[in-house]
Design a protein around this ligand. Structure first.
Ligand code: SF4
Ligand code: SF4
Length: 260
């Protein structure tokens, strides 16, 4: 596997002259590769603190950039721009504009936790990926990702009933992501289930699709979980200054309406 290299010099920042002679020396092609000058002045000094305030990001400060996370990552082996080590570097440096260039692939982490086992510093890179995807959504840089939709559907169901029922979760996930209910793979899976599963289990699964199963006396646990989640959400909003950002955006909207 190639080493986990990913750096800040992007191909679009390189210029090569096909025909160039300098002081009588032919430096055409590769020999005349120049790097566009680049000055970063807008470091986001609060970025690391914001990511570490979200669940999973707490230990990002421990990273020493060894790259074991990226080298062990199965998504990286398929997609060389998927690079947890590099994103952790950008976050710690406060380079949010660089991070935003990869905003549409960060959520693709499949939570296999290979990186977590490989990390010698207990950074929990998988958690950092989740926290970063969460940060991107909370800050309005990305739409809610499919994996977040799935997590929310799963969590809503557990909180509401104290149980999970796979068929309902899939239906809810398809509804949230505006996908059709029937997929070829699903029809194949159901046919296989009917062929191979005992009738007793199939009947229970079918019933659970129509009658929502619930844990007995779940109400007090449900209320406690909701209270805890609301408290956590308030803390996250505060850490990311989301309330202030919303107010600023509302003021700007009012001003632009008045100036019309
Ligand atoms: S948890 Fe995510 S980042 Fe870590 S190895 Fe798996 S896919 Fe890669
Ligand atoms: S394995 Fe851990 S210490 Fe090494 S680069 Fe990844 S997060 Fe940092």
């Amino acid at each position: 596997m190639p080493i986990h290299e990913e750096h800040l010099i992007r191909p679009e920042d390189l210029t090569t002259h096909d025909n160039l002679v300098l002081d009588g020396v032919d430096v055409s092609g590769h020999w005349s590769t120049f790097i566009e000058s680049r000055v970063v002045t807008d470091y986001n000094e609060g970025l690391e603190d914001e990511i570490s305030a979200l669940p999973g990001g707490e230990y990002i400060h421990r990273c020493w950039q060894c790259g074991s996370c990226t080298n062990s990552c199965p998504v990286y082996s398929l997609h060389e721009n998927f690079n947890p080590r590099f994103w952790i570097y950008l976050i710690r440096m406060g380079m949010d504009q660089e991070l935003l260039r990869d905003k549409d692939i960060i959520w693709q982490c499949v939570s296999c936790n290979q990186c977590t086992y490989a990390c010698p510093r207990d950074v929990n890179p998988e958690g950092v990926m989740k926290a970063t995807a969460h940060w991107l959504e909370l800050k309005g840089h990305t739409e809610t990702s499919p994996s977040k939709h799935f997590d929310e559907e799963f969590t809503d169901q557990v909180v509401a009933t104290g149980k999970i029922e796979e068929g309902r979760i899939l239906r809810g996930f398809f509804r949230r992501t505006k996908q059709p209910l029937l997929h070829d793979w699903m029809i194949g899976m159901v046919i296989n289930l009917i062929k191979h599963f005992p009738i007793k289990i199939l009947t229970a699964m079918g019933l659970a699709t129509f009658v929502r199963p619930r844990t007995r006396n779940w109400a007090s646990a449900r209320d406690a979980i909701k209270e805890y989640v609301a408290e956590k959400n308030r803390k996250h909003r505060k850490a990311l200054s989301l309330t202030e950002l919303t107010e600023i955006a509302a003021h700007e909207l009012d001003d632009s309406e008045l100036n019309k």
